[in-house]
Design a binder for this molecule. Structure first.
Ligand SMILES: Nc1ncnc2c1ncn2[C@@H]1O[C@H](COP(=O)(O)OP(=O)(O)OP(=O)(O)O)[C@@H](O)[C@H]1O
Length: 355
């Protein structure tokens, strides 16, 4: 497909080497996920032409680099947002937005569109020093988008924000997935961000691609490092059914219905992702009606994996076509006689189902 993003890149820095060969989709968010030092930023900088790598880069059918040919950074139609958006301190918010916008052709409709979609109207006359971290990142995003880039590169855009600010800006990023009109490459080491935002996922370790593919498929595999980490969580896709008078949303996931508080802002019929930490899932042999737990769903035990801690095991559970993880003690697993293929009930408190 012409509008894909094709990357074949290699670089060496001291003991570290990066070597990737990837074809990423031409729309939506591709998340590059991996631990500190695995080469995420180096990869993004190489794509931007800020880091000298060997190889080939093709964006939407346009060659940015091949062999000795290298398009300079300022000629690559890309927008970048880093952990801290470096805004121009002598200009107000509007001045910052107009700066790059003018040089990129200055389409007034485009400027207004991103001011509106990122809710920047009330901030336009503010000095950039007076902005909160989250507001700065929204301005940084708009400043990148008003230049109509063919590729948007986001390097840990939320990692400098506290929980509250992150929660404020996440919905904007989620909306960008569908509205940006260009592929977005998101570097992140936060699993919850990836679960919420990624359409496509690249798992990077020590400069190499461990796995890449549609995000939901990868997030449901139990053989990848993501599923075995301490804070492992299942990511399920469901459809909002409605909201009860007590504020609880019901979400249909395959054959089961989940109840959660966390779906505010979503409406019936919308597809959402549920993130359920493996530690929050318990297992029973029968369906208890005398418990406070609202989500009790029938599952089939697919695999049982030992973990680094010998006192715990992780069960992979089939829920229709999707996968749930449960982390339980080895003692409980023995007491219930857990074995592959057995039918069980998975229990999850409504407050543990995150949207
Ligand atoms: N100029 C350099 N000389 C030597 N090593 C370097 C140089 N630049 C980067 N590295 C090393 O390359 C590796 C990858 O760095 P990079 O910043 O790309 O990782 P990252 O995955 O983005 O990490 P983080 O999540 O911590 O930002 C690191 O081990 C880093 O120390």
């Amino acid at each position: 497909m012409a509008n894909e993003l094709r990357l074949r890149l290699a670089l060496r820095r001291g003991d570290f080497s990066l070597s990737v060969d990837l074809t990423l989709p031409g729309s939506g968010v591709s998340a590059i996920f991996g631990p500190s030092g695995c080469g995420k930023t180096s990869l993004l900088r190489a794509i931007a032409g800020l880091e000298r790598a060997e190889g080939m880069i093709e964006v939407d059918g346009e060659c940015w680099q091949n062999g000795r040919y290298r398009l300079p950074t300022h000629q690559r139609a890309l927008g970048m947002v880093f952990q801290h958006s470096a805004l121009l301190p002598h200009l107000d918010v509007e001045g910052n937005l107009r700066f790059g916008w003018r040089r990129a052709g200055g389409d007034p409709e485009l400027l207004q569109r991103w001011i509106d979609r990122l809710d920047l109207g009330p901030l336009l006359l503010r000095r950039v020093q007076s902005l909160s971290g989250g507001e700065r990142q929204r301005v940084g995003l708009a400043r990148a988008l008003v230049t109509a880039p063919r590729l948007l590169l986001l390097d840990e855009p939320l990692s400098a924000l506290d929980g509250q600010r992150r929660a404020e800006i996440l919905p904007y990023l989620a909306r960008l997935r569908h509205e940006a009109g260009m592929p977005i490459l998101l570097v992140s080491h936060a699993a919850d961000e990836v679960a919420r935002l990624a359409d496509y996922l690249v798992l990077l370790r020590e400069g190499r691609v461990v796995a890449d593919g549609p995000a939901l498929q990868l997030l449901q595999r139990d053989d990848l490092p993501l599923a075995l980490e301490d804070d492992a969580a299942a990511v399920l896709e469901g459809t909002i059914q409605g909201r009860g008078p007590d504020g609880l949303y019901s979400v249909q996931v395959g054959p089961a219905q989940f109840h959660t508080y966390g779906a505010s802002g979503h409406t019936a019929g919308e597809t959402v992702r549920l993130r359920i930490p493996a530690r929050e899932v318990s297992l029973t042999l029968s369906c208890h009606q005398d418990s406070s737990i609202l989500n009790i769903v029938p599952v089939r035990l697919q695999t049982l994996r030992g973990l680094a801690d010998p006192g715990q095991v992780q069960a992979t559970l089939a829920l229709g076509e999707q996968t749930l993880f449960a982390r339980v003690s080895t003692r409980s697993a023995a007491r219930l006689g857990l074995h592959e293929g057995m039918m069980l009930w998975a229990q999850i408190k409504a407050v543990a189902v995150l949207v």
